[in-house]
Write a protein that binds this ligand. Structure first.
Ligand code: HEM
Length: 430
């Protein structure tokens, strides 16, 4: 890693979060970085990389100095044809609440919080359990199976789409659109790929607009209908287009994240089978296992902000308009906050201090739902497959993007199947 001075800010010329080396093991890249440069400029992406917990927390807590406007901006500049397709599809550079600043952010977040009640999340538990059971029933435990294809990918899609009331026959299409979105916004697509992705994005947004218009005529007990009820109270305060924008956020955030969270949890437990065995023996460790995975190997390792004025961050002068790469995964390995940060510790008591869900006004709205899904999935897996092990010799691969990380396939084998209803009780404690 070469370092040279550049307007008082260190520059790491060969830091590239989309390089094969980084994608395969970002923690090795982190470990090789000089500790005395907690904020540095990365020309490969034209971003200032922020690695310390305290600095990232300060950024999240000051939304006036650090705008969310670039949160959903494609990482690489788009070709004119792709820009035109997005514009024609009505997709702006700040297409949903996560990239809006107040007051526009508050206008969308407040009604979403009103509709996204803890009661509504808690009501999803039986549906989550039933879906996990159904997916696990379909597995042949006598042969190795890919846990991503069989469980971690289909579970969160089923949950979020049913939570929003999207008809089941449209789920495969929505899943595909979300894949295009991840590559367009957080990856480095070629010009041809950009056009393909933007066409899909426009179709995705158009679908949601039509879906909201349809749901307005046919109410049910889903989150979408709850948002429409708020619209009915005062159509000016929350328009149908804004509801489509909220759904644009939730349909994506609700599954790419949780898919990877569950994959990371199982990977990290099976990597050292004594961890898995400890959870099998004591299911009360499940919530801690999920929290520790969110710290040690977060599903959203990077988030972004842009400065609205010149600032000094981590001892470095940063100009106005600087794009910040908030490396949440690095903050979780910050020894100033987490003792022995490189150790995966199932019994760590402070893991939930992590910034894995952000902090401040944009704090993740789905944190409770995502964690619940991961906990219930782990509970069922450890119950059904107490001797689960990773298939030896597999090489994990990761989608080439900066913000969503988990194995794209995770081959496991259930070396011996056992049953026992006693473990079911643990679910209630999760
Ligand atoms: C389970 C793993 C998940 C992780 C690691 C995660 C992570 C994050 C992060 C880092 C942010 C940005 C916070 C900020 O800017 O301060 C965020 C925002 C958000 N997340 Fe999640 N998320 C997860 C699951 C979910 C789920 C399941 C949903 C929806 C059901 C969801 C919905 C949202 C929404 C709507 C926002 C934007 C909130 C706002 O701008 O006010 N997330 N999430």
């Amino acid at each position: 890693m070469t370092t040279r001075e550049h307007t008082a800010c260190p520059v790491h010329a060969d830091f590239d979060p989309l390089s094969p080396t980084f994608l395969a093991d970002p923690f090795a890249v982190l470990a090789a970085l000089p500790r005395e440069t907690p904020v540095f400029y990365a020309p490969s992406i034209d971003y200032y990389v922020v690695t310390r917990y305290a600095d990232i927390e300060a950024v999240f807590l000051d939304h006036e100095t650090y705008s969310a406007a670039i949160t959903q901006l494609p990482l690489v500049p788009l070709v004119p044809e792709a820009v035109q397709i997005l514009r024609a599809g009505g997709i702006t550079s700040q297409p949903s609440m996560v990239s809006l600043d107040p007051p526009a952010h508050t206008r969308l977040r407040s009604p979403t919080v009103r509709a996204f009640t803890p009661r509504r999340v808690a009501q999803m538990a039986p549906r989550i359990r039933a879906t996990v059971d159904q997916l696990l029933d379909a597995i042949n435990p006598a042969a190795p199976f890919d846990l991503v294809a069989t469980l971690t990918f289909p579970l969160p899609t089923t949950i979020i789409f049913s939570f929003l009331g999207i008809p089941e026959h449209d789920w495969p299409q929505l899943k595909a659109w979300c894949g295009h979105r991840a590559s367009l916004v957080w990856g480095r697509p070629t010009s041809t790929e950009q056009v393909q992705h933007t066409e899909n994005m426009a179709a995705y947004r158009g679908y949601l607009r039509a879906f909201v218009a349809h749901k307005a005529q046919e109410r049910d007990d889903t989150l979408t209908s709850a948002l429409l009820a708020i619209h009915d109270d005062n159509p000016e305060a929350l328009t149908q287009e804004e509801i489509a924008s909220i759904l644009f956020g939730l349909t994506f955030a609700g599954h790419e994240t949780t898919n990877y969270l569950i994959g990371n949890v199982v990977r990290r437990l099976l990597e050292a089978p004594t961890r898995w065995d400890a959870v099998v023996a004591d299911p009360a460790l499940i919530p801690g296992a999920v929290d520790e995975t969110l710290r040690y190997d977060p599903a959203v390792p990077v988030w972004r902000r842009v400065t609205t004025r010149p600032v000094t961050l981590g001892g470095v002068d940063v100009p106005a308009g600087a794009k910040l790469f908030l490396w949440l995964a690095a903050a979780s390995r910050d020894a100033a906050v987490f003792p022995e940060p490189e150790t995966f510790d199932l019994r760590r008591t402070d893991a939930s201090k992590t910034l894995a869900f952000g902090k401040g006004i944009h704090y993740c709205l789905g944190a409770a739902l995502g964690k619940l899904e991961a906990q219930l999935a782990l509970d069922a897996l450890t119950h059904r497959f107490p001797r689960l092990r990773l298939v030896e010799g597999q090489t994990l691969s990761f989608h080439p993007n900066i913000s969503f990380r988990g194995p794209q396939a995770l081959w496991v084998q259930a070396t011996q199947e056992t049953g026992g209803e006693a473990r079911r009780a643990s679910v209630e404690t999760v």
